[in-house]
Design a protein. Structure first.
Lengths: 112, 450
């Protein structure tokens, strides 16, 4: 099993969720986060006084997927969340040691 | 020109007034006028005009609370929200009390010289039957006139405090307000609006208080801010407005209330009040969009705060011109004032390095000066103004400039004296700890948001 963390632009969330649902992803956890990368921050101006914020709002997705689905998940996120501009985000993949469904006690792929 | 357009009826002139012959009458005419007092005393206020002036008075109160309180409050940091609003309310309330004790008497007589007046302390000469002259042969009830003028003193005192928010003590606010009204506001109001006043007799045009209220408040704010010093951390630390939503709400209330301020200054519900009304619409609209265009042309985005700032610049600029300009003159005035104030706030302020926290000088002072001088131009019939051309434009502009210079000098010197006295008695600044924790908790024991 793989554990996938993706950082994407907030406005892409719905599109990515629909695309992942279409390829069989059954669930995900979504968090609003702040951070910076190559895009750096943005500048706010109040009556000529400039303040630069060095953190930008992003959305973090966490998805657990069976090994055979993981590559497809990464590809789907990459293609759906891309706007061809800096600041589109990144996808990270980890090996996942175990998964347990709390209600039934099922483990492994069937718990996902 | 018609000097009758620019004075506010007062006790002295009221007694003398029995027709157009009273226009521009000086204080020396009093004795002769006593003969006609019986006739003048019979004048009864027109209920329509009275009703409009009562409404206008409440509209000016709306500008202060909640208008100015929200406009200023939203621009400060959240830890100083209540302090900012309470200072506006506290100064205005104190101004109202001082106004009925000695303020009205010091500004509007009945006895007086070119600089101030006396003889009506604690409103001893006013009864429900007494009246104040308007600019025609009408009168309004004097208590209404006293109330209307009271709100002008209150808002001017409150306006000054925008420059000094987030660090000026509440005790200093109250003492400053009491002294400053007495030695700065009342004399300037007398000089501009009362028969026999220095600038009134010179023929300076100030329909609703561009000089008395806005130049005065702007210059006084700048001087007090210089005495007080910068906020700790300014300008290195970011201090963005904590709620531009509330600032926008306050801006809207100021604009609505300003119709009472400008159209009410006609003292009657007549055609000139209508002219002041339409000018208060169009100059403001032009100022708002001009400021946003300036932002766009400077390579930024047209902003909500830019819109609000332009609204205020336009309103300030049209104040002296409200009944002294045609609608298109007012539009030009709004645009020019907005552009000049934009430069003062966005460029000049950073270079000069003072901390006028909410830009009282940059917007009220600067747009007020543009408006006061520009009124001498847009008043002319050639520019669609209501003037009759009897005073040449150049001559009128010179009068306007002299009036502005007198107001600036008086306000600067008077404020410096006041600040010096207040500093010696209560001190001006809160402690560094209170400034860091915020004045809400430090000075008032409350937080705006829990």
């Amino acid at each position: 099993m793989k554990f996938i963390i993706a950082i994407i632009k907030p406005f892409k969330l719905d599109e990515v969720r629909e695309a992942l649902g279409a390829i069989g992803v059954a669930g995900m956890t979504v968090t609003e986060v702040r951070g910076f990368g190559r895009q750096k921050g943005q500048t706010e101006i109040y009556r000529g006084a400039e303040y630069s914020t060095n953190m930008l709002p992003k959305v973090k997705l966490e998805i657990a997927a069976a090994d055979e689905l993981a590559a497809q998940v990464v590809e789907t996120i990459q293609q759906t969340a891309s706007t061809d501009a800096i600041g589109d985000g990144k996808v990270f993949v980890f090996d996942l040691a175990s998964a347990t469904r709390i209600r039934t006690g099922e483990t492994g792929d069937t718990a996902l | 020109m018609k000097p009758v357009q620019i004075y506010r009826g007062i006790h002295m002139i009221r007694k003398a007034l029995c027709g157009a012959g009273a226009i521009g009458m000086s204080l020396m005419a009093t004795t002769a006028a006593f003969a006609q007092e019986a006739e003048a005393a019979a004048a009864v206020a027109n209920p329509g005009n009275n009703a409009w002036m009562m409404t206008a008075t409440i509209l000016v109160l709306l500008m202060i609370l909640p208008g100015l309180a929200l406009f200023y409050g939203g621009l400060t940091r959240s830890k100083n929200m209540l302090s900012t609003m309470t200072q506006v309310g506290g100064a205005a309330a104190l101004a109202m009390l001082i106004w009925v004790m000695w303020g009205y008497s010091t500004a509007f007589g009945p006895e007086g010289n070119a600089f101030f007046s006396w003889g009506n302390a604690f409103l001893s000469q006013v009864t429900p039957d007494s009246t104040a002259a308007t600019f025609s042969d009408e009168v309004i009830s004097e208590y209404v006139f006293v109330s209307f003028q009271m709100t002008f003193a209150a808002i001017t005192a409150a306006l000054v405090l925008g420059a000094t928010v987030e660090r000026l003590k509440f005790s200093a606010v109250m003492l400053f307000t009491a002294i400053w009204l007495t030695i700065v506001y009342f004399p300037i109001a007398h000089m501009v609006w009362a028969g026999g006043g220095l600038l009134f007799e010179m023929g300076a045009l100030d329909f609703a208080g561009g000089t008395v209220v806005h130049i005065n408040a702007g210059v006084s704010a700048l001087v007090l801010a210089m005495f007080l010093g910068k906020r700790s951390g300014y300008p290195a630390e970011p201090m963005p407005p904590h709620s531009l939503t509330l600032t926008m709400v306050g801006t809207g209330l100021l604009w609505v209330g300003w119709f009472g301020f400008n159209a009410g200054s006609e003292l009657e519900a007549d055609g000139t009040a209508g002219l002041a009304m339409i000018n208060t619409f169009v100059a403001t609209a032009a100022g708002a969009l001009a400021w946003m265009l300036m932002e766009k042309m400077a390579g930024h985005k047209g902003s909500a705060l830019g819109f609000c700032s332009g609204v205020i610049a336009g309103l300030v600029a049209v104040t002296p011109a409200a009944g002294n300009s045609g609608p298109f003159g007012a539009i030009v005035l709004g645009i020019v004032a907005s552009i000049v104030a934009y430069y003062a706030v966005a460029k000049l302020k950073a270079k000069l390095g003072y901390d006028d926290a909410l830009d009282v000088f940059g917007i009220h002072g600067v747009a007020g000066i543009v408006g006061a001088i520009g009124t001498g131009i847009v008043y002319q019939p050639g520019f669609g103004g209501p003037g009759d051309g009897s005073t040449a434009m150049g001559e009128q502009v010179v009068i306007q400039i002299v009036a502005v210079a007198v107001a600036i000098t008086w306000a600067a010197v008077g404020t410096a004296v006041t600040a010096f006295v207040v500093k010696a008695i209560t001190g001006l600044r809160v402690t560094p700890e209170v400034e860091s924790d915020g004045l809400d908790i430090g000075e008032h024991g409350e937080r705006a948001y829990n």
